[in-house]
Ligand binder design. Structure first.
Ligand code: CP
Length: 320
């Protein structure tokens, strides 16, 4: 593994899950790998879990960590490249071009990890993954995706580790359900979860209201239904997430509160576990009763972010 942008950078998913579980058992076994190495964590957007878990994972591996909030701690970054006959003229509010910024960060860091969400204004632009692409192009060191416009692979790996720990059947039924929300949110977590589950040994069902289909390349072989109750029947894992429309890009088409996860819906499952990447708005997307029940494993899931990050950083350091 050189970069970790998506599942396509993973050669053996089961081995990576196992590596995460081994890190959890013995967090400091590989401290020598990161000695005198530095990781830069670059945030264009807010974070709690991703920031702290990646920092902790890097420290477990003996690395030094630097964190930068773009636009707050640093200059605003211009991301567009000049084209022949069409130069980018930087006379606006962006004082530095990513071409210099990423290259300079690459001189200070052995690995750079970047978070940059979708703008939700221009689908083609978001799905081109401009920020990740520019960092890969200009940094000259391995790049790790801390959630990009279309994917959140460290979250998805933590989700795989969590399902591995909690599953009671060889091939569990996993349901990705859309949840109601009043603000437009990116598709990244849902896309990524569907993509990784398509590579995992699970029965994947995706349920959402009409108009909320994910891009076909992420849906893969999943069964898709607009009947949430039917989807929940016999499920082993319920993975809740809101996303805005992909078809009517970035729009909130429905806020129907009946799509929230309640205890009545959880009773349709086979004693299923409730998962969510967090942060979650209580009693908007899921009730207190579900989140506070033994069926909720959201804290274990968030804790596994440390081990997913450690497995990925370890593999990059070993290949460096
Ligand atoms: N799940 C997740 O990525 O959390 P943060 O946005 O807090 O990092």
């Amino acid at each position: 593994m050189t970069n970790f942008i998506s599942i396509h950078d993973v050669t053996d998913l089961q081995a990576l899950i196992k590596s995460g579980l081994e890190a959890k058992e013995n967090p400091f076994a590989d401290q020598h790998l990161g000695k005198n190495k530095t990781i830069g964590l670059i945030f264009f957007n807010s974070s709690l879990r991703t920031r702290l878990s990646t920092q902790k994972a890097a420290q477990n591996l003996g690395m030094n960590v630097m964190v930068l909030n773009v636009g707050q701690d640093s200059w605003g970054l211009e991301l567009e490249d000049s084209e022949l006959g069409n130069p980018v003229i930087m006379n606006g509010d962006k004082a530095e071009h990513v071409k210099e910024a990423a290259a300079v960060m690459g001189r200070y860091c052995d690995i750079i990890a970047v978070r940059a969400f979708a703008g939700l204004q221009d689908r083609d632009k978001d799905y081109r993954e401009q920020v990740m692409t520019q960092f890969v192009k200009y940094a000259g060191v391995p790049i790790v995706n801390l959630e990009s416009a279309t994917r959140h692979p460290l979250q998805s790996l933590a989700d795989c580790i969590t399902i591995e720990e909690f599953k009671t059947k060889a091939r569990p039924k996993v349901v990705l359900t859309w949840l109601p929300h009043f603000k437009p949110l990116p598709q990244a977590v849902a896309n990524s979860f569907a993509e990784w589950m398509n590579h995992n040994d699970v029965e994947l069902v995706i349920t959402h209201p009409e108009g909320y289909d994910l891009a076909p390349e992420f849906v893969g072989n999943a069964q898709v239904t607009h009947n949430q109750n039917e989807a929940f029947e016999g499920a082993d894992f319920i993975y809740g997430k809101n996303w805005s429309s992909y078809t009517h890009y970035g729009q909130v088409l429905v806020q129907d509160p009946s799509w929230a996860v309640t205890m009545d819906k959880m009773r349709l499952t086979d004693n299923g576990k409730f998962m969510h990447c967090l942060p979650v708005r209580r009693n908007v997307k899921v009730t207190d009763e579900v989140l506070d029940s033994p069926q909720s494993i959201v804290i274990d899931q968030a804790a596994n972010r440390e081990w997913s990050a450690q497995a990925v950083l370890k593999e990059i350091l070993q290949n460096g």
